[in-house]
Design a protein around this ligand. Structure first.
Ligand SMILES: NC(=O)c1ccc[n+]([C@@H]2O[C@H](COP(=O)([O-])OP(=O)(O)OC[C@H]3O[C@@H](n4cnc5c(N)ncnc54)[C@H](OP(=O)(O)O)[C@@H]3O)[C@@H](O)[C@H]2O)c1
Length: 310
């Protein structure tokens, strides 16, 4: 037996449980991974609450979790390129990584470079590939000024750095305690709230070329007010505004691949991309981990450590 997160009905944090399940057995093309780190994401909370039932209904009891880093524990008969004991980073589409063991399709895995810590590797899929897709969606490049809302969050911290690497000047919207981290990473920090449009105009010299919204709640309209063209606005947090105004919604789906994971891991290995880890939790503290996430003031990622924090 092994431990896994389950919920039997849609609801708040209290529907989450850690239960004993049969250890999964890999199919021919699958790899069984002993999970060392698996990040949590706001989308999982939205799914658990039932808000995404019309798009991706849950079947109960439901597991959860897409991100993972861990050690190969067993292999299907058709899997090549990996061996038992290999350290890997990857993802599952089966809502299953918040567990001690997870089955992963072979093509959803890469080898973990030694320079990528477990918690960082286990944070790369949802936040990393989403950030990667947003920066491409707005075509951030040299000479551009790009504004990122939610700049201190899981997606935002990665997006601001990728936009900088693409050559852009980046303005990041965040609360004051997170300004130092943004400045240290070459980003111009600006407080959100009343007067934010004027502060952005002042910092940008009046020209904003692109806007990446990772928070929702009016930032698409702010981008339009600042004069950004709709095809250079991307939101991963406000589909309604995107539909109203014809702006982009590229995110995880557009970035999801082992190739993107390998590119991000390579940047971390080179020392040019950092994924800040706000906090790590044992699997048994799953509810506390989501309480922390749902406060929505994380710098970087919150990560589960199902098989122990070394
Ligand atoms: N469509 C997709 O493919 C996709 C994929 C991944 C995520 N998402 C969505 O993208 C959003 C961000 O995800 P995430 O993982 O980055 O979330 P997160 O890590 O929980 O984001 C938290 C951040 O939000 C910031 N924040 C709080 N209030 C704010 C405000 N009023 N204005 C600007 N920033 C504010 C906080 O900054 P301070 O602490 O400094 O206040 C904090 O750093 C979520 O809505 C998620 O569901 C979509």
């Amino acid at each position: 037996m092994s431990k896994a997160v389950r919920f039997k009905e849609y609801g708040g944090i209290d529907v989450l449980e850690v239960v004993d399940v049969e250890r999964p057995v890999p199919g021919d093309d699958q790899v069984l991974v002993r999970v060392r780190a698996a990040a949590i994401n706001p989308g999982e909370a939205h799914i658990r609450e039932g808000h995404l039932h019309h798009l991706w209904p849950a079947t109960f009891p439901s597991g959860e979790g897409s991100d993972l880093a861990g050690v190969v524990a067993a292999l299907g008969s058709d899997v090549s390129g990996f061996a038992v004991g290999d350290e890997v980073i990857g993802y599952t589409d089966d809502r299953a990584s918040h567990a001690e063991y997870v089955l992963v399709e072979r093509e959803h895995l890469i080898h973990r470079p030694a320079a990528v810590p477990w918690s960082v590797g286990g944070s790369l899929y949802v936040a990393g590939t989403t950030a990667w897709a947003t920066v491409r969606a707005v075509a951030a490049g040299t000479g551009d000024t790009v504004v990122v809302s939610g700049a201190a969050g899981g997606v935002g911290t990665i997006a601001v750095q990728l936009a900088r690497l693409a050559g852009a000047t980046v303005i990041g919207l965040a609360s004051e305690p997170h300004h130092e981290w943004l400045s240290e990473h070459g980003v111009i920090p600006i407080a959100y709230g009343a007067g934010v449009a004027d502060r952005i105009r002042e910092a940008s010299g009046g020209r904003v070329d692109a806007f990446i919204d990772t928070f929702g709640q009016g930032y698409v309209e702010l981008a339009l007010e600042l004069g950004v063209r709709p095809d250079r606005i991307d939101t991963v947090a406000d589909r309604e505004a995107a539909a109203r105004h014809g702006v982009k919604t590229d995110g995880n789906m557009e970035g999801a691949s082992a190739e993107t994971l390998a590119e991000l891991a390579g940047l971390i290995e080179k020392g040019v991309l950092e994924v800040p880890i706000a906090r790590e939790y044992p699997l048994d503290d799953i509810r506390e981990a989501y309480r922390d996430l749902e406060r929505r003031h994380t710098l970087g990622k919150i990560v589960l450590r199902p098989t122990g924090i070394e």
